[in-house]
Ligand binder design. Structure first.
Ligand SMILES: [Zn+2]
Length: 185
């Protein structure tokens, strides 16, 4: 995930006219709440893998839209039994889609192997410190992805998942390019 400092964070400490910081405003003087809020603003938007997939789509000549929130019926997200339990967030009414190809009725998710549990991938690891907490979180992410994909399918969209590791090397990008052009026609 790419981490960017928000404008907010940089402007938190106004400098005095002589260029020195005012008292008590060292670089780590953010309140806990403020830091937590800052961290919560860090999103995996426009990551390198996403940009690579987009430039690939562009080169293949496909038109797409970015960052679309797709409203989904409440029912299609309230999954039955076990899945519901593993999903940590409140039931959302919209699925946010990074890359959407309207003409092909296809949505493309570019997923980080760690955060979205790419099974069998070397990057699908679980931190050993606070392992149970991490497992719950990461498995929750993966379960939520499944729900979102199912909801979109019900609406007639075709979800396609591209994994981060499939965008890392030239060879894998070429493979991906073939896969997408075959899929999209
Ligand atoms: Zn992977």
């Amino acid at each position: 995930m790419r981490i960017r400092l928000s404008r907010e964070r940089r402007s938190t400490f106004p400098r005095r006219s002589d260029g020195r910081r005012t008292r008590g405003e060292g670089k780590d003087r953010l309140s806990r709440q403020r830091r937590s809020w800052n961290m919560s603003r860090i999103r995996g938007k426009d990551t390198t893998p996403e940009k690579r997939v987009r430039s690939l789509l562009h080169r293949l000549g496909y038109r797409f839209r970015l960052h679309v929130r797709m409203p989904v019926p409440f029912d299609s997200l309230s999954a039955s039994s076990g899945e519901r339990v593993r999903v940590r967030c409140r039931t959302p009414r919209a699925v946010s889609v990074d890359t959407l190809l309207p003409k092909h009725k296809t949505v493309i998710f570019v997923h980080g192997c760690f955060w979205h549990r790419h099974r069998g991938c070397k990057n699908c690891t679980t931190p050993t410190h606070r392992r149970a907490w991490w497992l719950k979180k990461l498995e929750g992410n993966a379960a939520r992805d499944k729900l979102h994909q199912r909801a979109l399918r019900k609406l007639g969209w075709r979800p396609v998942v591209v994994w981060e590791c499939q965008t890392e090397k030239l060879r894998s990008l070429q493979k991906l390019s073939k896969r997408l052009s075959k899929l999209l026609g």
